[in-house]
Ligand binder design. Sequence first.
Ligand code: GLV
Length: 337
Amino acid sequence: MVRPKVFVTRRLLPPYLEVLREACDVEVYPGEGPPSRMELMEKVKGLDGLLCLLTDKIDGELMDAAPKLVVVSTMSVGYEHVDVPEATKRGIYVTYTPGVLTEATADFAWTLLMTAARRITEADRFIRARQWKIGWIPTFMLGSGVYGKTLGIIGIGRIGAALALRAKGFGMRCLYYDIFKPPSEREKELGVEYRPLDQLLKEADFVSIHVALTKETYHMIGEKELRLMKPTAYLINTARGAVVDEKALAKALKEKWITAAGIDVFEKEPIDPENPLLELDNVVLAPHIASATMEARSKMAEVAAKNVVAVLKGEMPPFLVNPDVLKVRPLDKARRV
Ligand code: GLV
């Protein structure tokens, strides 16, 4: 039997290659950045499986160029870059990598929160600019306390819940908003109370976003929402840039409707050099690295590879996005090895 062909759109951390090579012929894109659209259109022609990243747009046109494709495995928890209904229609399994990046991402949201609250990046810039001339000043670089404050979590899925557990150690009151309300035992275990979004925004000292980007969550936090927040409040975003209206956020930070923000994700990545956030001191910026630990990125690659191999073996992949695909192309028809 011919081994199925799999293309991986970037070099990843081990041991994903061993996992793939057990069952497939593998080609890995050698570039530092993503393949161009043209390169990807060309590459997918003879593919059975594609292991991609959130920087690769996987739409109907690309799928049409790949008549043999049965699995698109994204190495990410977000999958808004994959047109899932188009994949399902064509019998293409779409898989993702939830769970293995939860703790890393929650750690990073917490890091942004603390960094913004205690002005670490401002302090670092200040000292490197050789501006530290007086040893200790009682009123200098004052930030906000975190202990005992109120945290508002938008989206209480895996990562939002992991953030709530961290907040417990800081004696925080924890509010959440979500369209899915967890059972009350789960609320108790996490120590969280539900609030409608507007109410959460009014009450919270720190607001952290943990929702997927969908039509419903696009610009969910805009001018109106930012104006509801306290002038002493902070906004943290490690989810997707487009959940926040970035122009409104820049205005809110500039005009001090809120105190500061910590932002890891942007409407356009890499960030536009003209982005007004770059001019502001009261925002901590990071280049989409919330899951960037050796442990998380290695596991994400391994899980993405296992998802591919499972489908090509005709087995249920560990993390399937579109279970309806089973009706279009049952697993035994997806099997290639
Ligand atoms: C990263 O942003 C991911 O979706 O995994």
